[in-house]
Write a protein that binds this ligand. Structure first.
Ligand SMILES: [Zn+2]
Length: 135
């Protein structure tokens, strides 16, 4: 028997443990994994409108509702957040004018705003009064 084999088994075991620990820590509202462009957009919103409350950034294996396609949240290229109180409409208007990636808002007045660094598109929906994350 090679002396390397037990070491390899140990490494494999630790890798599996790491994957389990990592998977159990999601979803996340940590902002460190976001691309610089989204971090800058959030900073600009904070500077202009006040503090935002991050709902989620990274969601392991996230799928877009309805389409079954992989969500940009699955690769931490999207962030859902609540605008400062009373500033939601102003933040959305600012994003429409200044944000070059995806923008998602929901018809439900209390819902969060989604931005990502995918293609420029926007949606506005409120499914059955529930706040659905769909991208
Ligand atoms: Zn989202």
């Amino acid at each position: 028997m090679s002396r390397v084999a037990p070491t390899l088994r140990l490494i494999a075991g630790l890798s599996i443990l790491t994957i389990i620990l990592f998977a159990s820590s999601t979803p996340s509202s940590a902002q460190g994994c976001l691309p610089g462009s989204l971090q800058r957009t959030l900073s600009q919103i904070r500077a202009k409108f006040g503090p935002v409350r991050i709902v989620s950034t990274f969601r392991r294996g996230a799928i877009m509702a309805g389409s079954g396609r992989r969500s940009l949240h699955a690769s931490c290229r999207a962030v859902d957040f609540h605008a400062p109180a009373g500033k939601r409409a102003a933040v959305i208007a600012w994003l429409r004018a200044n944000h070059s990636g995806g923008l998602g808002v929901y018809g439900c007045s209390m819902s969060h705003i989604h931005i990502d660094n995918g293609g420029r598109y926007s949606w506005n929906k409120c499914v059955g009064g529930r706040r659905m994350a769909n991208r």
